[in-house]
Design a protein around this ligand. Structure first.
Ligand code: C2E
Ligand code: MG
Ligand code: MG
Ligand code: MG
Length: 270
């Protein structure tokens, strides 16, 4: 194939495609090793109440301590993990680790809500509810202390199936946040029917909340929507005081971002 098309653009393109596949395969093998050799880590980022600056909880964010490439963020591996199905094992590890850390903080008298990200494939895994309940039981953590973050896009892949899962989680006392809100296409009808507790306003809107009137209007609309549905509004990716002040004036409830703290390895307090 490569020989017959000589030095034409097509051949180069084919080779690149093969290279990409080889890279993905290597990454997949390394991810299996990472699971077996315990190379994943959890970092935690606080979420604060905008009215008084108090920390109301933390979000667990997975990292990969790669033996050669250093500490990797999820963008370097989550997609391959999701496509291959390995996300089930990584996700189970994350859930157990986040709940275990909540138990450690509880024991130190510093209990806080811990939010955990759930991918599309995990949401559609029939074992999700069992996985969560067994992690809670194993570490003696109450269901109300865990928030599952599910992206708007993941919820809309199969909204009717998602509704069944969300109802089961809600019955157990679990809270659910709609992550990256505003970037997907959740219909208001579903939003109203889903038993969710939080709307996390996507970072892309927050980034422009000061300079762009239309982004400010979108953030304001999200805050109002959350309030009228009885949900908590959370702004993601707050980096500046000007952004924080704009969010305060728009009535947003909670915020997360580098202004308050980057994600960090777990300390003695959340
Ligand atoms: P997310 O759930 O929306 O998480 C927020 C992302 O924004 C995190 O990136 C966080 O480090 C970053 N961030 C926080 N504050 C700021 C800020 O002020 N400015 C900017 N520019 N960024 C900020 P991270 O940790 O790289 O995670 C990226 C995404 O990967 C997450 O987005 C989430 O969708 C996914 N992810 C992370 N951990 C897990 C996990 O354990 N399981 C699954 N399935 N997905 C995960
Ligand atoms: Mg999240
Ligand atoms: Mg998000
Ligand atoms: Mg995101």
């Amino acid at each position: 194939q490569v020989k017959s098309s000589g030095r034409g653009g097509l051949a180069v393109h084919d080779l690149r495609g093969a290279d990409g596949a080889a890279d993905r395969l290597r990454l997949l093998q390394e991810l299996r090793t990472a699971l077996a050799e315990d190379q994943f880590r959890l970092h935690f980022q606080p979420r604060v109440r905008l009215s008084d600056g108090s920390t109301t909880g933390v979000e667990a964010l997975v990292r990969w301590q790669h033996p050669e490439r250093g500490l990797l963020r999820p963008e370097a591996f989550i997609e391959v993990a999701e496509a291959s199905g390995l996300i089930r094992e990584i996700g189970a590890w994350v859930l157990d680790g986040a709940v275990a850390q909540a138990a450690v903080w509880n024991a130190a008298g510093a209990g806080a809500q811990v939010s955990v990200n759930i991918s599309t494939r995990q949401l559609n895994d029939p074992d999700l509810v069992l996985l969560v309940t067994s992690a809670l039981a194993r570490h003696g953590v109450p269901a109300a202390q865990v928030v599952l973050e599910i992206t708007e896009t993941a919820l809309m892949v199969d909204p009717d199936a998602a509704l069944v899962t969300l109802r089961a989680l809600a019955e157990l006392g679990m809270q659910v946040a709609v992550d990256d809100f505003g970037t997907g296409y959740a219909s208001l009808t579903y939003l109203q029917r889903f038993p969710v507790h939080e709307l996390k306003i996507d970072r892309s809107f927050v980034a422009r909340v000061v300079d762009s009137a239309s982004d400010r209007a979108i953030v304001g609309a999200c805050v109002h929507l959350a309030r009228s549905l009885g949900l908590v509004s959370v702004a993601e990716g707050v980096e500046t005081r000007e952004q924080r002040d704009a969010l305060v004036s728009l009535g947003c409830d909670l915020a997360q971002g580098y202004l308050f703290s980057p994600p960090r390895p777990p300390g003695p307090h959340p």
